[in-house]
Structures are given as structure tokens and as C-alpha cells.
Design a protein around this ligand. Structure first.
Ligand SMILES: [Mg+2]
Length: 388
């Protein structure tokens, strides 16, 4: 049985500030951009009582909770603490997939026997983070990522919620559809037009009708609603490169097809970079020609950017230029795009200025990632993204 944990630090930036400065404990603390157009990045639970939440404009937070302590984020400190938290996760499983500085998925399927049970692991993680780092964390556990993530949100603050496999349906069905990742306000409204408000109603809805309206995304959404969540935890420890390649069933000589595959590979690689909060400087294309044994060789060409990138369009443009710069274009059996020379050893995600944009893009990016996971890379092209 697959057992996935979603561990999510409670009000992470604010909790670190309260931990590091005892004078802040018990007081409403708001971490965010303090300028006119700043947004809240984290609010302590004392501040949340006044209705202050992440992504709220800071001006509004000041009106709601004028007595709060307002602080600029100390990203390097949060990154340091985040690395300490991650080291604790690794004691329990090597399969840790960080989503940001303050949350991660852990696949504990292989550690259950060693530690006894999912509950034992979750409790040990919470106890270690509490006693060694003096920070609160909430943990959700279930048979898939969706259930684990919803459970951790339900467990907050400083709690633990385990959903057994046989409880998954009963847990998911009454929840609003917006709880499914990728269901933003637009999709939510469209689902409401079908009379679908809960995850259960989505699970039961006629698949063909839904697909006619929402496209192939419908299959994915409905699968998640039915508790079919096969996405695996992607561990990235020590990763030095990201790559994607394909082998053509027949020799691919058509220039358009090559360009399309390079773009698809670039998008896949960029998506993984964004997922891990990383950027790459060096872009390499590789290909294997076909024909006689002597020609059956791997060729590579690389280009290094001045500024590291996680943008599929940028990576695709370089890849296409590298390919076009070749004097000859023999029939190709294998084609790949790889990026190396990664920025930093720790995630660069969640800088303050990205806070708002991150939140806005989260739904779309997650939806893209889910579709690719389900249907393969060529299901998604820029300019042909799903609705919602
Ligand atoms: Mg959190």
C-alpha cells in the first residue's frame, strides 16, 4: 500500500520569527512586503484571528490588525531552517519531494515496517521538529498526494490527520471541488454550472458530458475526485541535471516534428525546474542518428545562458537554435533536451516579490503538471493549455 505524508509547517515564516524573538510570542506577527503594494507572505495564528491570511494586500492586513508586528521576510534564515526540517524528513524516508520551503511530500511506503505505521512516522516527525527546532508542523497522511495534502490542511494548526485507504471516499466526497488542485475560480464556476459543488458530485458525474465541456482535463479531475491519484513522490536530493528525451519509432527527419519535440521536452524540463524551485544555465540537446552502425552515435551540443532560466520558451529557443546551427540534419532516432549548471544548492522559490505571482500561477502550473503526468508530454503545448 502506498502511504504518502504531506508535512506543512504552520505559518512558517511567522513561526520562525516568533521562535527567534521571544518578544514576538503570543503576538500577531505578519511577514510580508511592507511597501504600498506588498502582500502578506505569512501570518501567525494570532494574526489570523483578525482575518489576515497569505496573499492579502499588506494595506488590508494593516487595517484588519493594526496592532500586529509587521516584518520583512528573512529568506536566507527561512531557507536555513527549511534545510534543517528536510534533514529530519530524510531520517524517515529518502523519498522527499519539497514543494516549497515549508512543505513536502514524503513517500513512507517503504519505511512502514521499520517504524511501525504511518501514524508512528508522522508523530515522530512532528515530535522531532517540535523538540529540535521548536517549530509547529501539521501532517496529513493518505494513499495519495491529494488526500495527504487536504488532510494536512485539515489538521492545522499543529495537528495530524491520517486517512486510511478505506476512508478516502468518505473523506473526499463532501469536500468542495475547489479543494482539488488546479480547480481555480474559473473551473469551479463551470463545474457549478453542471450542478457540481462537491468532490462526490464530480466523481459521479457523467464522464463523457464532462469531457465535452472541459476537454481531457475532465478525466484527470474526475480521477482525482474518485481518489485515483497515481502521482508518485519525486525525490530530488542531490539532483544535478534535468532531462527529457524520446525515441522515434521511425526516423524523424521532418524539421517541424523535431522542433515540436524539442519544445515539448523543453517544457517538461522547465516544469520540473519550476516544481523544484530551481533554474538552469546550461542547455544541451542530444540526438542519435540512425542508419549503419558507424552512424549510430550520440551527439551533443550545448549553450550556456548568462541568466539561469526555468522558462520552457527560453530553453526551447536555445534548443532549436542549437539544432538549426548544425550543418547537416540526418535522420534522428533519439532526441533529448537536458539542463545542467543549476542555480544554487537550495530552492530559490518564494522570494518575496514572487509571492503573489506564485499563488496566482499555482493552480495552472499544477494542472499542467497533472495532465502531463497523466497523458504524457505531448498533451500540453503552450497556447493550448486547458481552460481554468
Ligand atoms: Mg505552511
Amino acid at each position: 500500500m502506498t502511504t504518502i505524508l504531506h508535512a506543512d509547517m504552520d505559518a512558517f515564516y511567522a513561526s520562525v520569527e516568533q521562535r527567534d524573538d521571544p518578544a514576538l510570542r503570543g503576538r500577531p506577527v505578519i511577514v510580508g512586503g511592507l511597501g504600498k503594494r506588498g502582500v502578506v507572505c505569512a501570518a501567525s495564528y494570532e494574526a489570523r484571528r483578525f482575518g489576515v491570511r497569505s496573499a492579502l494586500p499588506i494595506s488590508q492586513a494593516r487595517r484588519l490588525c493594526p496592532k500586529a508586528v509587521f516584518l520583512s521576510p528573512r529568506m536566507s534564515q527561512y531557507a536555513r531552517v527549511s534545510a534543517e526540517v528536510r534533514e529530519i524528513f530524510y531520517r524517515f524516508t529518502p523519498l522527499v519531494e519539497p514543494l516549497s520551503l515549508d512543505e513536502a511530500y514524503l513517500d513512507c511506503s517503504g519505511s512502514l515496517r521499520l517504524f511501525g505505521s504511518a501514524r508512528a512516522i508522522a508523530e515522530a516527525i512532528r515530535a522531532a521538529i517540535r523538540s529540535e527546532l521548536s517549530l509547529p508542523v501539521s501532517v496529513g497522511a493518505g494513499s495519495g498526494k491529494l488526500v495527504a495534502k487536504i488532510a494536512s490542511a485539515r489538521a492545522k494548526p499543529d495537528g495530524l490527520l491520517l486517512i486510511d485507504e478505506h476512508e478516502t471516499d468518505a473523506f473526499l466526497r463532501p469536500l468542495p471541488v475547489a479543494e482539488i488542485w488546479g480547480v481555480g475560480p474559473v473551473t469551479e464556476r463551470r463545474l457549478h454550472e453542471f450542478g457540481i459543488a462537491t468532490i462526490g458530485q464530480l466523481a459521479d458525474y457523467d464522464s463523457a458530458r464532462l469531457e465535452r465541456s472541459l476537454g481531457s482535463w475532465a478525466t484527470l479531475l474526475q480521477g482525482l475526485a474518485r481518489g485515483e491519484d497515481l502521482r508518485s513522490v519525486e525525490a530530488d536530493r542531490g539532483r544535478k541535471s534535468y532531462g527529457e528525451e524520446n525515441t522515434f519509432p521511425d526516423d524523424a527527419v521532418d524539421g517541424e516534428l523535431i522542433d515540436a519535440m524539442l519544445l515539448a521536452h523543453a517544457e517538461t524540463v522547465a516544469r520540473r525546474l519550476r516544481h523544484d524551485g530551481r533554474k538552469a544555465r546550461t542547455i544541451t540537446i542530444k540526438w542519435r542518428t540512425s542508419g549503419s552502425a558507424a552512424q549510430w552515435r550520440l551527439s551533443t551540443r550545448s549553450h550556456t545562458l548568462v541568466d539561469a532560466s526555468d522558462d520552457g520558451v527560453v530553453i526551447a529557443r536555445v534548443a532549436a537554435q542549437l539544432w538549426r546551427a548544425e550543418p547537416e540534419h540526418p535522420p534522428v532516432r533519439l532526441l533529448g533536451v537536458q539542463v545542467t549548471n543549476l542555480d544554487g544548492d537550495r530552492p530559490v522559490q518564494l522570494g518575496l516579490f514572487r509571492c503573489q505571482e506564485e499563488i496566482r500561477n499555482e493552480a495552472l502550473n499544477k494542472a499542467l503538471d497533472q495532465i502531463v503526468a497523466r497523458f504524457g508530454a505531448d498533451a500540453v503545448r503552450r497556447g493550448n493549455t486547458p481552460q481554468g
